[in-house]
Design a protein around this ligand. Structure first.
Ligand code: SAM
Length: 258
């Protein structure tokens, strides 16, 4: 798997990005956890924060990105380790009391099957806590998805398209899915975070550290730079030139007990 994650770009909006993680921790019922896993742990700092709050006997941080894992190494200890793996195929039957994932599962296709694998990987009574951005109907995402279908950019993407709107289920479908999968309790909520940015330029900086990494990963550097220039021009034709710029950002919180 190629590694397009750039920890420095991602951490530009560190505080805004870490707040939802701490909000997610508030969904978890403190219990004695023998083993916990953080899927898509990134730089590991938040994995460590979860570990320090709930004190599982053992915590594993898992991510596919060597660049992120290299940063995570500094947060390892005798009770926390980090390993490279791929969420898209991950399943460890009856292995964890707590599975947490912050801002990572939205990259993986096939959510009904993915959540079925997560349920299988929990021990009976174990807790699942997931937070995902749900801003795919904001112009930032609608535009990039539309551009990925245009001949020039589809060719630059080697025939791939950006289809996140089709990956994510609706809020109510996640709730129904948890029920169908046999989770005994659940709490599913949508929250809007209002980010006050200096200008709309910061919206581009924001998505460069997240959604646009898909384009960066799948294009040559030259094509990505041309894509970014066109994307900026077209996005600014839609977003008002307001200072400060109010960036409404929706996120879904999913908590359930197996
Ligand atoms: C937006 S970052 C979130 C990192 C961390 N959870 C946080 O909240 O700061 C998404 C992370 O998911 C990881 N990721 C994306 N797709 C993945 C996959 N299929 N398997 C494992 N990790 C994946 C990326 O490498 C990245 O570190």
């Amino acid at each position: 798997m190629s590694d397009s994650w750039n920890p420095n770009q991602y951490e530009k909006f560190k505080n805004e990005r870490s707040q939802p993680f701490f909000d997610l921790l508030d969904f978890i019922k403190p219990e004695k956890f023998a083993s916990a896993i953080d899927l898509g742990c990134g730089t590991g700092e938040l994995t460590r924060a979860m570990h320090d709050r709930f004190h599982p006997a053992f915590t594993l941080g898992m991510d596919s990105s060597p660049a992120m894992l290299a940063k995570a190494a500094e947060f390892s200890s005798h009770t926390i380790s980090f390993a490279q793996d791929n969420i898209d195929a991950w399943e460890k039957p009856s292995s964890f009391d707590l599975i947490i994932s912050n801002a990572a599962l939205q990259w993986s296709p096939g959510h009904p099957a993915l959540f079925a694998r997560l349920k299988k990987s929990l021990r009976s009574g174990g807790q699942l806590a997931v937070q995902m951005p749900m801003n795919h109907d904001f112009p930032t995402h609608i535009l990039s998805s539309a551009m990925s279908y245009e001949d020039r950019w589809k060719t630059a993407l080697n025939g791939k398209v950006y289809d996140k709107p089709k990956t994510m289920l609706t809020v109510e479908d996640y709730a129904s899915l948890l029920f169908k999968l046999g989770f005994k309790e659940q709490r599913v909520e949508l929250k809007v975070y209002g980010h006050i940015l200096q200008s709309r330029e910061d919206v581009i900086e924001w998505v460069r550290g997240s959604m646009l990494t898909y384009f960066e990963k799948n294009m040559t550097a030259e094509n990505y730079s041309a894509f970014l220039a066109e994307y900026r021009e077209r996005l600014f034709a839609i977003l008002p030139d307001e200072k400060p710029f109010f960036y409404p950002f929706k996120r879904i919180f999913i908590w359930a007990r197996a």
